[in-house]
Design a protein around this ligand. Structure first.
Ligand code: SF4
Length: 285
């Protein structure tokens, strides 16, 4: 016996014996949620990516370049003309429309933007407004108070720092109020034709997870995962095609798998119809 170890006394209730017997009888169970929480976030991310990259016992590799190529080819075939659905005539209009599109459909945004650009044709016109003045015009897009502040703030920044022109680098775009990577990627990819990143919105998140191209839920991590497996020259097209796929077929509830051109490559657990085996972790979220 090791020094300092006190022998355990048998419990009067016999509970210890029962626990010991159960431990001997049961195979080791997976860690409980509380145990999982003790894993550091960094370790959890490492584990997630390791799992995503790892081949399954059957040799299946979701990130196999040939599989990814087939997914891209399938999307190309289904959505050959996919582009940004937000109506715009210049980078400024696209920037504003993208800010307004948060938590809102493009159809609603497209009814609002012609009216506001008629009233306020240039960034200087928006910059001269108080946010409250813009609120009634964009109310139907939701979160209108925050969006008004973002649009007016963006206009002031574009006018004061960039001479009234929307900048064409990620670094500069990210200094504009209301602009995060998603909006910057839309403007850079769609207007400036620069593949600087992948647009990760709700559709890209859901479909990338269903297709096992990522296991992450955080938009920035999903973007990093996709940038590693999608050829850079396809980043913008891929984003547009996946967004279209998310609108047309791969909808959140009850995706239309029977009509899907990449059905054979998809093992999503929440498919509505399948000719291939289902992978339990492959699901929208
Ligand atoms: S098969 Fe279904 S779930 Fe998979 S990508 Fe197509 S529509 Fe989405």
């Amino acid at each position: 016996m090791a020094r300092g170890t006190t022998p355990r006394q048998p419990s009067r209730s016999g509970r210890q014996d029962a626990v010991r017997a159960a431990l001997l009888a049961k195979p080791k169970s997976p860690p409980s949620r509380s145990m999982a929480r003790r894993v550091s976030p960094a370790a959890a991310v490492r584990t997630k990516s390791a799992v995503a990259k790892k081949k399954s016992a059957s040799g299946y590799d979701a990130l196999n370049p040939e599989r990814v190529r087939q997914i891209i080819a399938g999307l190309d075939q289904m959505y050959p003309k996919a582009t940004c659905a937000l109506t715009h005539r210049n980078a400024w209009e696209l920037l504003v429309a993208t800010i307004l599109s948060a938590q809102c459909t493009d159809v609603v945004v497209n009814t609002v933007t012609p009216v506001i650009f008629e009233k306020y044709p240039a960034p200087q016109d928006f910059a001269a407004l108080r946010p409250e003045q813009l609120e009634p015009d964009i109310r139907s897009t939701g979160f209108f108070r925050n969006k008004s502040k973002s649009v007016v703030g963006a206009a002031r920044k574009v006018v004061s720092e960039f001479g009234g022109k929307v900048p064409d680098t990620m670094e500069e775009l990210l200094t504009i109020p209301g602009v995060a990577r998603k909006t910057a990627n839309v403007v850079l990819g769609t207007w400036f034709k620069k593949n600087v990143g992948v647009v990760v919105d709700t559709h890209v998140t859901r479909i990338s997870r269903r297709l096992e191209l990522t296991r992450n839920e955080n938009a920035q991590k999903i973007e990093q995962d996709l940038m590693q497996i999608i050829p850079q020259e396809r980043w913008t097209d891929f984003s547009h095609e996946v967004i279209w796929h998310g609108r047309k077929l791969c909808i959140a509830r009850k995706p239309k798998c029977m009509d899907c051109g990449i059905e054979k490559l998809c093992h999503a657990a929440d498919k509505t119809w399948s000719t291939v085996e289902i992978h339990k972790p492959a699901k929208a979220g």
